[in-house]
Write a protein that binds this ligand. Structure first.
Ligand SMILES: C[S@@+](CC[C@H](N)C(=O)[O-])C[C@H]1O[C@@H](n2cnc3c(N)ncnc32)[C@H](O)[C@@H]1O
Length: 336
């Protein structure tokens, strides 16, 4: 039986000793297609390649090579996991994000392509302010695998960052990812409720909090519902609990000229910007993902005084460059 309760024989996914690589791939792809998996051929190729340690080209070049009994058994085991809807990235234990390899575990969300819009939005806001090369301080609330923080650090060689999470296993994973990417010297990880253990100010506050309304979780794709950690998904009754918690701490954490960059669930722009309006922040820019959903918003302290008209005209670029005053700012430290 697979863990989804499917008899293995019915799935016809078993690769057998003596099968060629090509035959094993065909068999897996057929079984995946029968179970309506979205990308059956790709999944079959990745699983077979992973077990054999062969990339795409080598798999094709060696397509007539025959599987050993041990290889066939491992392929069958992994394909049963895929038939139980476990995502390929979880089976492999790694996922690419922002062109970087990230290790993942059972307590980390699989980093999503749409989350790259948060990185793009932050970099665009910094670019507009000519701040990319400065010694910026970044805080990532709910860091998971560390994807957002480490992607930004990889782009900002002068920056230093802290990622927080309530999951120790996620934080260990993020720390390992920082080490593997050569970013450990500029990344720290702290176990706490969003920003509650941190003292600001941060120049960039980023977060992709859990934002699925609790009642919607049951209707998610099995790959997400059954394999992403609940605490990475569950945003409370209306999906907005994480934003409210972050908003309650945001002002002391954020430098006066700092930016807050948030990922949004579909249709949440209005509700989220209202929550942060009460904390004195207003939207400066927004970014859509490839499906046209407003996926990232950049916010900053509300505009006041004589600069307002100029700044309103330049919303997409955030604050005007001359307003940024480099200065010695206190380190972000853990609050005891
Ligand atoms: C949607 S996931 C985002 C993970 C990662 N930043 C990413 O974009 O792939 C949300 C993360 O917030 C963490 N989280 C949930 N509640 C939290 C809280 N109260 N304080 C800090 N982190 C929290 C979860 O453990 C999870 O890692």
């Amino acid at each position: 039986m697979t863990s989804a309760g499917l008899p293995l024989a019915d799935t016809a996914a078993d690769a057998s000793a003596g099968d060629s690589i090509a035959a094993a791939r065909r068999q897996l792809a057929r079984a995946f297609r029968q179970q309506d998996l979205e990308t059956p051929e790709l999944d079959a190729r990745i699983i077979v390649g992973h077990v054999l340690g062969l990339d795409h080209t080598a798999l094709s070049a060696q397509s007539s090579r025959v599987l050993t009994a041990e290889e066939a058994a491992i392929i069958a085991e992994l394909s049963a996991r895929r038939l139980a809807r476990e995502p390929v990235a979880r089976i492999l234990g790694r996922k690419e994000f922002w062109g970087l390899p990230f290790k993942v575990n059972a307590e980390t969300l699989l980093p999503r392509p749409e989350t790259e819009t948060v990185v793009e939005a932050a970099l665009a806001a910094l670019h507009c302010n000519n701040r990319k090369s400065r010694a910026l301080r970044i805080v990532d609330l709910g860091t998971g695998s560390g994807a957002l923080l480490l992607a930004l650090l990889s782009e900002l060689p002068g920056a230093y960052g802290i990622g927080t999470d309530v999951s120790f296993a996620a934080l260990r994973c993020a720390r390992d990812n920082a080490a593997a990417l050569g970013l450990s010297a500029r990344a720290s990880f702290v176990a706490c409720d969003y920003g509650t253990a941190l003292r600001g100010p941060a120049d960039i506050l980023i977060s992709n909090p859990p934002y699925v309304a609790r009642g919607d979780i049951a209707g998610l794709q099995a790959e997400v519902r059954d394999f992403d950690p609940q605490r990475a998904l569950d945003g409370g009754p209306d999906g907005l609990d994480g934003y409210r918690a972050i908003a309650s701490d945001v002002r002391p954490l954020l430098a006066p000229d700092g930016i807050l960059v948030l990922e949004l669930g579909q249709g949440q722009f209005g509700a989220v910007t209202s929550i942060f309006a009460a904390a004195g922040l207003e939207p400066a820019a927004a970014r859509h993902d490839l499906s046209g959903i407003t996926r990232a918003v950049v916010m900053r302290g509300r505009m006041r005084g004589p600069h307002s008209r100029y700044e309103k005209k330049h919303l997409d670029c955030g604050p005007r460059p001359t307003r940024f005053r480099p200065r010695n700012r206190p380190e972000i430290v853990e609050r005891r």
